[in-house]
Design a protein around this ligand. Structure first.
Ligand code: S5P
Length: 357
């Protein structure tokens, strides 16, 4: 008898999506199936959390629009700093944007405005309420961005070869326009490097949102796995954790159908249980509404605002989900770093018990 997906170890899951394949390997390397939901309102607190809890997690989930001092600069802003921390600690960034508008609008929301999540978030998510075009529209925006990015990387390498400072007199006049362009480009690149240095070295009061984050200054890269691919991925909200939500069984089934038709972009689901039902479904399931009892006391299984909680053991062991998403259970703890490790351990234990059952 063939093994069910729930019993297949992460490293043997056959996802065709490059980010999912990477994420499964990352989970094994870090022995973690934990996503931190970093729902905080200051950029500094967000970056500090990402840096201190980064070693325990494989995904950092953001709501950029609750960060009151979110810096939108693509090269030096909050997203760029998070991306640097993701490379340092080895985690993916998931902007929990929950897109839910017509195709043309979501493309702009994804790539423009103050968020520009496509620039820094590996993963984002969407409701399918407006219909399947929301998925293809976001997919098109992501691939247009990726093409542009590939071109930028190539341009960087090309212009890196002949340095304007080292151009000889003979070169002047040969192709004045090209050299001028090259110098302008290098000057712009220099300016952006200078501005990063300025931000991290200038003195500012401790409570300033632009004050340096000391831990974020080192230029370190997580060494146990290569950097994440440039691909972007989408999760569809198939089920929600909140009481009385309207996402019924037929809705979840429609989500799965749309995902099957868009496997190049859709990695999987936000759901309360695995949505893999057909033999070749290889979708990843990430699940919010997760808390552990704290100490002797069983924590309340709701937050009084509709949120409903389950334990990692139930979600991973019984509902066969892949990643637990934890917010207040960790960031509301007296010692979030230790608590994140406790969740990581519990989540991983539930997974190893599941695959060996
Ligand atoms: O069904 C859902 C879907 C999501 S993405 N229920 C949720 O709670 N979420 C998100 O998960 C929610 O927006 C929040 O960011 C996080 C749960 O946070 P916690 O503090 O309750 O763990």
């Amino acid at each position: 008898m063939s093994r069910s997906i729930a019993q297949t170890p992460y490293e043997e899951r056959q996802s065709t999506h490059p980010l999912s394949a990477y994420l499964y390997r990352l989970m094994v390397v870090k022995e973690s199936n934990l996503c931190l939901s970093a729902d905080v309102s200051s950029a500094r607190t967000l970056l500090r959390l990402a840096n201190s809890i980064g070693p325990s997690i494989v995904v950092l989930k953001t709501h950029y629009d609750i960060v009151s001092d979110w810096d939108s600069d693509v090269e030096t802003g909050t997203g760029a700093q998070l991306a640097a921390l993701a490379a340092k600690h080895g985690f993916l960034i998931f902007e929990d944007r929950k897109f839910s508008d017509i195709g043309s609008t979501v493309q702009k929301q994804y790539t423009d405005g103050p968020g520009k999540a496509v620039e820094w978030a590996h993963i984002t998510n969407a409701h399918i309420l407006p219909g399947a075009a929301i998925v293809s529209a976001l997919a098109d925006a992501a691939s247009a961005w990726r093409e542009k990015k590939k071109y930028e990387v190539k341009t960087d390498i090309t212009v890196g070869t002949p340095r304007p400072e080292s151009l000889s007199e003979d070169d002047e006049g040969k192709d004045d326009e090209d050299i001028k362009n090259l110098k302008a480009l290098q000057a712009r690149r220099k300016a952006s490097i200078v501005s990063i240095t300025t931000v991290s070295q200038s003195y500012e009061p401790a409570n300033s949102p632009r004050a340096p984050i000391p831990e974020c200054e080192e230029d370190v890269i997580f060494s146990k796995i290569e950097e994440a691919p440039l691909d972007r991925g989408l999760l569809l909200l198939a089920q929600m954790s909140s009481a009385g939500n309207l996402l019924d069984e037929a809705y979840a089934k429609a989500c799965v159908e749309i995902a099957r038709n868009n496997k190049d972009f859709v990695m999987g689901f936000i759901a309360q249980e695995t949505q893999n039902t057909a033999a070749d479904d290889q979708f990843i399931t990430m699940t919010p509404g997760c808390q552990l009892p704290s100490g002797e006391e069983q924590r309340a299984n709701s937050d009084g605002l509709g949120q409903q909680y389950n334990t990692p053991k139930k979600l991973i062991g019984e509902k066969s989900v892949d990643i637990i998403i934890v917010g207040r259970g960790i960031i509301g703890a007296a010692d979030p770093v230790t608590e994140a490790e406790r969740y990581r351990r519990k989540g991983w234990e539930a997974y190893t018990a599941r695959i060996s059952a």
